[in-house]
Write a protein that binds this ligand. Structure first.
Ligand code: SIN
Ligand code: FE2
Length: 218
């Protein structure tokens, strides 16, 4: 068949990157070419450091199940939120961040304007239908000049991107399988969260959403 101009608008092309803040950007589908390679690596991470529900300093069980890979992992318990080199569940170091994921995060960060991003922590969050993540800031890292790179897998979610106070208005950002979101600079400390996950079955991931956030924590 003859090539037509209409082919330029083929429905399967992911949309172009777009800004959601001065220094925050969504890269739709950016991780898709890597997903097939990343999934077995992620499975390996989860085999070494299983998902678990942590408790908030106030004693509430968190709805999101989580684990980590990297030199540092984010943990929460009665003592507070912090990064730790040791997994409190296994008493071993966290599994390493798969190199392909480090490269992906570094590339996404540079496209969003943050060069030389070298993550040392990757928080892996697991959401099931109904699971939400309430508004919070990511402020347990040492250097807020370093961005956060988030990779979404599985069921779609609505990410809430707020302001610098908890009650500032929020933007609703749809995040799909393979989307990458980067926020840093003046947007680094914006409140954010995730609306309750809608029920659904993702062809590759089943009834869940996994979000990877790569950080330079130490
Ligand atoms: C987070 O804020 O740690 C996770 C955000 C997300 O799941 O998209
Ligand atoms: Fe966060």
């Amino acid at each position: 068949m003859m090539q037509t101009e209409l082919d330029l608008f083929a429905p399967h092309d992911p949309p172009q990157p777009y800004r959601v803040g001065t220094q925050a950007m969504v890269l739709p589908g950016f991780a898709l070419p890597q997903v097939q390679a990343l999934l077995p690596m992620l499975r390996e991470v989860i085999a070494q450091a299983p998902f678990r529900h942590m408790y908030t300093p106030g004693g509430l069980k968190m709805a999101v199940a989580l684990t980590n890979c990297g030199a540092l992992g984010w943990v929460s318990d009665r003592q507070g939120y912090r990064y730790s080199g040791i997994d409190p569940l296994t008493q071993r170091p966290w599994p390493v961040i798969p190199e392909a994921l480090v490269l992906l995060a570094n590339h996404a960060a540079s496209l969003a304007g943050f060069s030389d991003f070298q993550p040392d922590a990757c928080l892996v969050n697991c959401y099931r239908p109904g699971t939400r993540l309430s508004l919070h800031q990511d402020r347990d890292e040492r250097d807020f000049s370093q961005p956060i790179v988030s990779v979404s897998l599985g069921l779609p979610a609505v990410f809430l991107f707020g302001g610098h106070t908890r009650n500032a208005s929020t933007q609703r950002i749809p995040l799909h399988h393979g989307d990458v979101l980067v926020w840093g600079g003046e947007d680094r400390l914006r409140f954010h969260g995730v609306l309750p996950l809608k029920p659904g079955v993702h062809p590759q991931m089943g009834e869940l959403r996994i979000n990877l956030t790569l950080r330079k924590a130490g």
